[in-house]
Design a protein around this ligand. Structure first.
Ligand SMILES: [Mg+2]
Length: 224
């Protein structure tokens, strides 16, 4: 197999997996138990946002400063809380394992483009058995802004791919689409997550889920 001609950046929540609010519950616990803030996330519209953005926004709404030290303290408490909350019904979405198996046979690099902190992404996908499938990515600790965190994936992945490799983002919200545009990537949107009607019309391709492996591979890799 030659150098990878395509770099795929997968979102996690609502795209690869659903965790039944595990992250939200774990964050709520940390805000309450470590920071003494009740209902920290009540006013935060967090679908498709980065963990950095969510934590900073919630801290600021509570009148706290979102310093790197505060974010670090938050993460240290959040990861173990998240591991506990993942036991409550997290699962991969239909077709994900089959799709990753099929893509392993193709000249692609499998990456992540997710608002989860890197350690949170590892906790979620490790729990679900697919963390090792991904080479690297852009994560919530790279930037609060989703375009910037996707951009952070590129210097990690581009050196491993063909010089002219195309980048494709796979995601479930309008934030995935706008961030993909920000890095000049193509977008496959999937309706298994948190989009509202009309949110995904700007995607290059739209599928209801990832269950039809052959069709999805063909959309991701038209040359294959
Ligand atoms: Mg998502």
């Amino acid at each position: 197999m030659g150098a990878a001609g395509t770099i795929l950046l997968f979102d996690i929540d609502g795209t690869l997996a659903v965790t039944q609010g595990a992250g939200t519950r774990a964050m709520g616990r940390v805000f309450r138990e470590v920071f003494g803030i009740e209902d920290a996330l009540r006013q935060v519209d967090f679908a498709g946002r980065s963990d950095n953005w969510i934590v900073a926004t919630a801290l600021e709404q509570a009148g706290r400063e979102a310093t790197p030290a505060a974010i670090g303290e938050f993460q240290d408490a959040y990861i173990p809380a998240l591991r506990e909350e993942l036991e409550g019904g997290s699962r991969l979405l239909p077709g994900v394992v089959e799709l990753l198996d099929a893509l392993a046979e193709q000249p692609v690099l499998l990456g992540l483009g997710t608002g989860n902190f890197r350690r949170a992404a590892e906790a979620k996908l490790g729990y679900l058995g697919i963390w090792e499938r991904f080479v690297d990515g852009g994560f919530g600790d790279d930037a609060a802004n989703r375009t910037e965190l996707l951009a952070a994936a590129l210097p990690r992945l581009r050196p491993l791919a063909a010089p002219d490799a195309e980048v494709v983002v796979i995601g479930d919200t309008r934030h995935d689409i706008s961030a993909a545009r920000g890095i000049g990537a193509r977008v496959l949107a999937v309706q298994t997550g948190f989009a509202r009607p009309g949110d995904l019309v700007a995607a290059d391709q739209l599928v209801s889920d990832l269950a039809d492996t052959r069709a999805v591979v063909r959309l991701l890799l038209p040359e294959s």
